[in-house]
Structure formats: C-alpha cells, structure tokens
Design a protein around this ligand. Structure first.
Ligand code: COA
Length: 318
C-alpha cells in the first residue's frame, strides 16, 4: 500500500476522504454522530496551509493523513491527523503516513507536532509508541437535567453576600459589554490565546451563535457595577435536547465565594423553566481544572469521555 500526496483535492478525492474518516469514526466513536461532509471538506480546504496524504485502496482511500502548518513561524507546532480504515490497522499504515508528515515537518523546519486522541482508542498506544507524549487531557461530562433538580435548588439559593445575578439571551446588553469582555479575559488561566476578548469580539461571537440558529443563554454575577463572573449555555436550534456548556469564568478577585456553583445552578433552573426540552447538557473541562470539575460533579455531571492532546518533538518521530 503506497502513500501518495494529495494536492488540490478534486471532488472525488474529497468524497473518498470523507467516506474513510466516517468509517473510522463509526468504528472508534460508535455513540457519536460522524462528521458532516461539509465539516470534513472544511478541514481540508480551510485557510491554513496544509499537506495531505492518502493510501489508495479499492475505489477510494484506505487511510489518510493531514498536516496543518499554522502561521509561518517554525516555533508553531504542526498539527497531525491520521485515519486508517478499521480493516487495515496494525499493518504499519498509520506509521507510514506519520513518516510522510514528519518529513514535511522537517522540510518546514517545524520543531514540534501535536495530535489529538480519544482515551481508550488505538490512537493512544499508536501515538505513545511513535514519539508523542500526552500534554493535556480534557474531560467531557454530561448532566441529565431530570436528575439535577434537588441539588440545583439548593445551590441556586446560595446568594453569596454582596452579589446579585442577571441573565440575558443572545448578545450581551451594551451597558455590560466592556465588563463582560474583561470577565472573558479571566478565562485566559485555562485557555491559551484567549486574552484578546474585546466588547466587539464578545458581540460577534454571540451573533455567530444566533446566525447558526442556536440560542445562547448567559447568567452573570454582579457586585455593584462589576461583573464578577458568568456562565454560558448554548441550546442548538435543530437538536435542542442536548445543550452545550460554553464558557464559565470567575474574575480572580471574586474567586473562592462559590460564585461558579451559584451561577451554574441558577442557569440550570432558568433552562428548566425556559427550555424544558433540554434533557442533557454536555461540557468539556481541562483535566487540570480541578475547581471547575468539582463544581460540575457537585451539580451532577458525570464523566462521558476523555480527550488527550499529544505533543512530539519532530526529531523523535519516525
Ligand atoms: C491510530 C491509528 C491511526 C493507527 O493506525 P495503524 O495503521 O493501525 O497503526 P500502525 O499499524 O502503524 O501501528 C503502529 C504501532 O502503534 C501501536 N498500536 C496501534 N494500534 C494499536 C492498538 N489497537 N493497540 C495497541 N497498540 C496499537 C502499536 O505499537 C503498533 O505497532 P505494532 O503493530 O508493531 O505493535 C488508527 O487506529 C486510526 O485510524 N484510529 C482512528 C483515528 C485517530 O484516532 N487518529 C488520531 C491519531 S493522529
């Protein structure tokens, strides 16, 4: 099985790529919807510079690999994604594709590479046997809203002294936009590259959610005129049974007063009244964010899956 480089993929190649990614996804994540064709194509044709390889097999592809090369700087890591058809695994195909990607990383003078894996899938032993080390875990948690009731009522009544809650749907009210952007910057602790939140960016992000047909709910805690923290949930327009937790943050000087738990419990009560069709809420937490994990577990969220982020030094790759 030979590896070919795919340049400017034609429609047939995009279809073959999507078919292969879908087959691998169904095998490794049987409980999750596979990506839409537009998502796969977007990843292949989007703005960032990239190189693509495939292993032709039958009428389509037996395996594919993509390497994203963001920015021009050699200090930015290249991002590797490899998929091998479930029927063709453990024959060295993944390693061969990784070798192609490693050659391209060297040619581009990139010192490091990153890749993602779902815990419990073959991607973990594959990456760990081929030079990668895990640098970050993200836990996916889910809450059955029907089971959240009693705990939610208790925590929604915490009322830390000096604070009050406000809530809005969609774009933040103008009078709070600057304070809200400042609170968003408080998340920089746990999210790289998120320090550039401005009132404008906050508004645009909410507008994008509305444009997709989804509804954004925000609960915030105020102390006098200052916005001490907030929590956001998005209810998808086309599948409202499963809502998604977006950002939650408490500004550093307001931490340690149970504002996170209070705001999240108030959010759950608001959703129960406003959107009773929401039966599940999903959230992702960095594995090292012990405080947020504890808040979520207190509210009844249970572990769903764990994603791992891997990194390798290019010279350690095959
Ligand atoms: C991860 C994946 C790309 C591996 O492809 P592959 O062609 O099976 O990999 P290789 O045959 O080159 O395996 C190389 C080594 O990885 C390890 N490995 C791979 N799959 C493994 C498994 N299921 N269990 C244990 N070790 C495994 C072994 O050490 C193997 O060497 P060995 O067969 O000599 O023991 C493939 O399973 C896949 O497509 N997974 C879904 C997509 C994905 O999660 N990609 C993320 C990684 S970028």
């Amino acid at each position: 099985m030979d590896v070919i480089e795919v340049r400017d993929p034609a429609d047939g190649e995009l279809d073959a790529w999507h078919a292969l990614v879908s087959a691998a996804h169904l095998h490794d994540h049987p409980d999750e919807a596979p990506p839409e064709p537009a998502q796969t194509v977007g990843l292949l044709l989007g703005g960032v510079r990239r190189r693509l390889w495939a292993v032709p097999h039958g009428d389509g592809f037996g395996a594919v690999a993509g390497l994203r090369l963001p920015g021009e700087a050699a200090e930015r890591a290249g991002e590797i994604e490899i998929h091998v058809h479930p029927g063709l695994r453990r024959r060295g195909v993944g390693t061969r594709l990784l070798r192609s990607a490693a050659g391209a990383l060297r040619a581009d003078l990139r010192a490091t590479a990153i890749a993602q894996a779902l815990a419990g899938t073959p991607a973990v032993p594959f990456l760990e046997s081929r030079g990668f080390g895990c640098v970050l875990t993200t836990r996916g948690l889910v809450l059955d809203t029907a089971e959240a009731g009693p705990a939610t009522a208790v925590f929604a009544a915490l009322n830390p002294p000096g604070y009050r809650l406000i809530r809005w749907t969609g774009v933040v009210p103008d009078r709070l936009a600057a304070a809200f952007a400042r609170a968003k910057r408080a998340m920089a602790d746990h999210e790289e590259g998120e320090s550039a939140w401005t009132p404008q960016r906050v508004r645009e992000t909410a507008e994008q959610v509305a444009k997709r047909g989804d509804e954004l709910y925000t609960v915030a805690a105020l102390r006098g005129p200052s916005l001490a923290g907030f929590t956001e949930i998005v209810v998808p327009g086309d599948a409202p049974a499963c809502a998604f937790q977006y950002d939650t943050a408490v500004v550093p000087e307001h931490r340690g007063r149970r504002l996170g738990l209070w705001m999240k419990a108030a959010m759950l009560r608001w959703l129960a009244e406003e959107r009773p069709e929401v039966v599940e809420i999903e959230t992702d937490n960095a594995g090292d964010n012990a405080h947020m994990l504890a808040v979520n577990e207190t509210l009844g969220f249970r572990p769903l899956r764990e994603y791992r982020e891997y990194q390798a030094v290019t010279r350690d790759l095959p």
